[in-house]
Unconditional design. Sequence first.
Length: 149
Amino acid sequence: MTLEELLEKETIKELRIKYSHFFDGKDLQGLVDLFTEDAVCEFGPNYGGDWVGKAQIKENFAGYMAQEGPPFAVLHSVTNPWIRLIDDHTANGRWYLHDLFTAEGNDSPLGLYGIYDDVYKKVDGCWLIDRTRIDFLWPKREFYGLRNL
């Protein structure tokens, strides 16, 4: 791995980490700005199916943010990044997802476990999320496996 490849991977890691911070901290515009204009969120039928384009992504995330209570009532903890640089403008990443409930009154802190499978595109020199999918592992299992690029 070259130094340039390592730096690209670190930039992509920061992108996914910002996603968690912005979502959990209720920074809707910061979150939406992490996506390409025609991005797709593939969250399955239980979460509204495919969300296509920034406008729909913003609208749907706003709805979920309103449901989840105050900032950081839910923590999207992402670990174990596996990032593959496909070419100079495309990458794929997989992350373990642990959703934890932190607001008072929750019987259990466990929300769900899954794996994010992302496609990143470099647009005007910046890495952005172009597609994201969650393979749900618990409490309901909807597992698709590694995205082929």
